[in-house]
Ligand binder design. Structure first.
Ligand code: PLP
Length: 429
């Protein structure tokens, strides 16, 4: 469910016509709906009703990597969300947006010593460790700073999440987490290290999951592990169940399980765990809360269907090139007429293709087009490839809208480089 609808013949974001934004800011531009973000948090929170532990509701730690825009994080912080961060930069962004440090979980397979020190100084809620080696390093850093790191191990449950290989993280051959069978040894080792307080377990098996079964399997393994860790004398107070619930991209396909169905599965899977539950949804919160608004530069004939060349490209929205992702592509002013087209960007790569032989609203040169479900893993993955400045971002709330990231001038790209004196002469010395 989102707040991008056709009204009086033109697509709006909540109360604001997309044309108003395109006229003022130009295209391409990302447009986010604050009401949609808030609604998704509420729906997810409601779905987790009954999962309180010691009177505390589960922590919803938004996966910052899905959309780190400061305005997005601020809306989420205002709603009481925490943050799942995977770098020092994301931690800084989350804290700057007002997320309390004790609601921050630090995930990621390659935390550096500097990042560890920064997170320890900030006194974050939990580090999700991904190896025994990492536990050793964090212990050293914490001891040096005279701090205690509250830790969980991310356990790799070796289940196939049934999603695209590039966003699948819970198979034993993936780089993530510690192998399930080595967990007892990892916990024993961490418990003996200074500066670490073992407090929980964590799991995250992948993204855009459209089937609850692999999650259920993973959670069953985690439940068994909690029992055996407690039997071995470890205090397990938190269970971080990760993110991963999918969102609908293609309206013609069956919708992924609802948050309510997910919540019901979690209630069943975690009965008797006696842990504070942590969730790390990213896509579910922001995926359908954003569109990428573009203009058709021109339409070029193709062998089978015409090429619609838009002013957004793979550098603005990488998902189709990176994981064969499917985005619904809609005209901002649908004429009621449809055609089959290939939708491509201007970048000099064949991979800069958003859709081939797509049945879609008929559009022509100058028309505006929206790529739907572009709120997650979209602007955040943008690059400046082909010297295309980073895409601006706008947030809408009701009838209000604001630029939440300005269009980057190309001069800023050039100014970021520097040219050594010796490169300016043609001699070799
Ligand atoms: C990316 C990520 C998430 C969020 O995944 P979504 O599919 O966006 O919900 C949560 N936890 C970890 C550890 C991640 O890497």
């Amino acid at each position: 469910m989102d707040h991008f609808d056709i009204r009086d013949g033109a697509m709006h974001a909540e109360g604001v016509p997309l044309d108003t934004i395109a006229d003022a800011v130009g295209t391409p531009v990302y447009v986010y709906s604050a009401a949609t973000i808030r609604r998704h948090v509420t729906v997810f929170r409601d779905a987790l009703a009954g999962l309180e532990h010691d009177g505390r509701a589960p922590l919803i730690a938004f996966a910052v990597k899905a959309n780190p825009n400061a305005a997005v994080l601020t809306v989420l912080a205002q709603m009481g969300c925490g943050a799942d961060v995977v770098s020092g930069g994301e931690l800084k962004r989350a804290l700057a947006a007002g997320v309390p440090a004790d609601r921050v979980v630090f995930s990621g397979v390659g935390k550096t010593v500097d990042e560890m020190a920064y997170a320890l100084e900030a006194d974050i809620g939990q580090f999700n460790l991904e190896s025994e080696e990492e536990a050793e390093t964090l212990s050293t850093v914490a001891a040096k700073l005279d701090r205690t790191a509250r830790v969980a191990f991310r356990v790799n449950p070796d289940v196939d999440a049934g999603t695209h290989a590039k966003i699948s993280t819970g198979r034993s051959e993936n780089k993530f987490g510690i192998p399930f069978d080595t967990a007892p040894q990892a916990y024993a080792r961490a418990a003996a290290l200074p500066g670490l307080a073992v407090q929980g377990v964590a799991v995250h098996i992948g993204s855009q999951l459209t089937d609850l079964h692999p999650l259920k399997q993973a959670f069953a393994r985690i439940g068994a592990l909690i029992q055996s860790l407690r039997a071995a004398g470890h205090v397990i107070e938190t269970a971080d169940l990760g993110g991963g619930l999918g969102v609908p991209y293609d309206p013609a396909k069956p919708a992924p399980p609802s948050p309510a169905a997910y919540g019901a599965m979690v209630r069943e899977a975690t009965a008797g765990w006696a842990c504070r539950l942590i969730f790390e949804p990213g896509r579910l919160i922001v995926g359908n809360a954003g569109v990428l608004l573009t203009s058709v530069i021109r339409v070029k004939p193709g062998v089978r269907s015409p090429f619609v060349i838009v002013d957004a490209a793979m550098n603005d929205l990488m998902r189709p090139a990176l994981y064969d992702a499917w985005h619904n592509i809609r005209a901002v002013h649908p004429k009621g007429d449809r055609f089959e087209a290939n939708v491509v960007g201007p970048v000099c790569e064949t991979g800069d293709t958003f859709a081939m032989q797509r049945g879609m609203d008929r559009v022509e040169e100058g028309d505006r087009v929206a790529f739907m479900t572009a709120g997650a893993y979209a602007a955040t993955m943008a690059s400046t490839y082909n010297s295309r400045p980073l895409t601006p971002e706008v947030m809408v709330s009701g009838n209000k809208w604001a630029i939440v990231r300005a269009r980057q001038p190309v001069e800023a790209l050039i100014a970021a480089d520097s040219v050594p004196e010796w490169a300016t002469s043609s001699s070799e010395d």
